[in-house]
Write a new protein. Sequence first.
Lengths: 469, 469
Amino acid sequence: MMSNSNNFNRRKFLKSSAMVGALLGVGNVNALSPDAIQQTVANISTPRKSQNKSVIGLKVAPIEQVRVAFIGVGNRGTGHVKLVEALGKKAKIIAISDIRDKYAQNSIDYLKSKGVKKVAKYSATKDSWKEMLQRDDIDLVIISTPWENHVEMSVYAMQQGKHVALEVPAAFTVEDCWKLVDTAEATQRNCMMLENVCYGDEELAILQMVDQGIFGTLTHGEAAYIHDLKELMFSKTGYYNQWRLRHHIKYDGNLYPTHGLGPVAQYMGIARGDRFGHLVSMSSLEANLTEYAKTVEKDNEFYQQDKFAHGDMNSTLIQTAKGRSILLQHDVATYRPYSRINAIAGTKGYHEGYPSRLSFAGKGHGWLTAEEHQEYFTKYKHPIWDSLKDEIAKNGGHGGMDFVMMYRLVDCLNKGLPLDMDVYDGADWSVITPLSQISIQMGNTPVKFPDFTRGRWQEERKLGIMQTL
Amino acid sequence: MMSNSNNFNRRKFLKSSAMVGALLGVGNVNALSPDAIQQTVANISTPRKSQNKSVIGLKVAPIEQVRVAFIGVGNRGTGHVKLVEALGKKAKIIAISDIRDKYAQNSIDYLKSKGVKKVAKYSATKDSWKEMLQRDDIDLVIISTPWENHVEMSVYAMQQGKHVALEVPAAFTVEDCWKLVDTAEATQRNCMMLENVCYGDEELAILQMVDQGIFGTLTHGEAAYIHDLKELMFSKTGYYNQWRLRHHIKYDGNLYPTHGLGPVAQYMGIARGDRFGHLVSMSSLEANLTEYAKTVEKDNEFYQQDKFAHGDMNSTLIQTAKGRSILLQHDVATYRPYSRINAIAGTKGYHEGYPSRLSFAGKGHGWLTAEEHQEYFTKYKHPIWDSLKDEIAKNGGHGGMDFVMMYRLVDCLNKGLPLDMDVYDGADWSVITPLSQISIQMGNTPVKFPDFTRGRWQEERKLGIMQTL
């Protein structure tokens, strides 16, 4: 009588053993026994030593004008070009690379229209970006390519002595997360994942509230990326070569964890006094993409596709070393309005987003009124949102968070300050993807996190943006 | 470097092995090895045979006027007395038992004021309820006592030939869930858990929408009991002998799963074509009750208590045989406004409560407007909420759901129809408590559900309330 659910699990397990191997970087594990896979999983959490110095708090000499190059100027990179241009003399755009000449040219034309000339273009071949990175007049490379290119490009850039800012997620295998960490340490270069949501007005205000103790002892947080992307993923002119949809064919788990998780990790001081200990992950069945695939054009490669590995809703529970819990969700397939949840609970209060609501001890059992809510968000507004008010209004980017992020990145390099987010943050937040996949493939078992900081997460440290402006 | 989170887990495991034994009903397992515990856990899901007939679809002869007795007329039972009285000639109140004479007398006085006389009182001793159940003029017993008394009283009542309606949760150990099922089958009596939320206006409308396919293929649901009960639990005059707070000292996990879960289980047809397959559960650290305990009166037994086993937020993920996922939360300690979440996702639409919101395919990427939302809830309003409109307005009970529940319970007995919810529903929804506890004690590992229906969950059946009125 248990056969149905047993079959469901065994099917999940059998079809996925090859995937476990890929995720762990152990080659072909089709032949591995469940015990061997368990052993390999155990290795994830084995501490790794390094010959090199940690890049926690990495300071490099001030760079009066940061010389910037871009790889990938499609949906996302185009916006970054505009933001860097808007920073004026703080940065200088040197070169742009894209596998599609037209896109590279569009950005160069845009810059010309703004009076920025002599920007070099690298789009002749698939490897033109490498040629660009061999130049010696670039300080910072901004990478906005499909997920599968992030690590190769970031590693190569650091090896060429460049600082790296790369799009989310940084990586989607455990080994690739380590590669970023190891390379940053070996080269002593910055490798910051561009988690823009950490610079949101709401998120920075909550971070201020947490910092000033008004939520009390933190116990639980919730985060998500709930965004109906069906139309964009199936579109032949959306993501380059429909790359994002291909991930849904291959992988289950949380494919895109960082937008929701980044801010909650910062509220909790992950890698700065606490750390992710282990997670368990569960996906629902897949149904939405299969139904949608019946409705697209017949010449679409994914017309009538019904072999999606990725369940519609992925829910992951994370326990931190301090015993806090985090619920993290991923759903880009359901007709459900956008949400990152953005919830944080403590012993004195609670916040939940979509829409933003607050409740506090001694303020009744309901939500604060709109007026009281406004008072809190005015009082705890992060000063950078005031000081950059005019530029934010002019340049925006997801309501302004993109501009604030780019400003902080370049400003810290200008001033020789450590960046707000380091390679350990990028690895911690991105490694959810392979760990959630493994948890599901093992039948929703707990999987421990690697400790990318090699023990230094135990140091209570303030975020850069909470110290300096 | 992993030591902190390892210690956290090992601490959880060590302090809890005795508890695992208690939950599984295997006596003292202090001496059991982890392997032995794993084995015991495996036994949970071993199919059990019965010599007796299933009570699925149980019909008994129509009872023109249902003769009712009550055990427990405190916070909750008092309301049930009023509702049964309000049913007029459909039912007749025979007797009332409470361990506190004053409470029994209060209900009897209330009934007298309504012209209901000759109601017998059983409050002389701790076992007076047994004496009451030996009467031969009682058809139905309504049990609203502390959780720890539910099973003993229900089993004894069925053995005396009475039908049972008991408060939530039905039971909180695996063995006790089986006891209810086995006794119902052996005696062929009804044993309905009084999950009032299943009769809510919003919940029944969504059930109608699901039934008519407007959510499409269901993939994921969310449910919760988020209700700040600190004040009531610590109060010396709230729960009898502060019984509810004592559970927080002893047990971790989801202590009160059914209000949120019941409706979602009904949307998904649990035990009527689908079933809960397994769960994983995680609790946050405990902090809120400890902080609150510092603020209560010094002569309160729980003043400065800081040994609460129960984490503030419990999150449980359930996978069904059909591959659907359910997120279920429990938090009665945080300053967070009330919510049961009440979310259901399919391939055509999505609902989320608190406040109720709908989104549908082809209706844009946001929530329906208030006007559109109203149209749906008017169109799909369950007919019973129209037909009982006046009585609901008069008698209420959590906005009317209590009255509808009591009406249906008695009306089905009047007409000789199967009850809307049976002993298998009560067991399925309540067994979350011990399974979540075990999952946490084993380090957040998956735990399979027992199959209380002994295989009959595979039969697609409509709920009574969706067939007959």
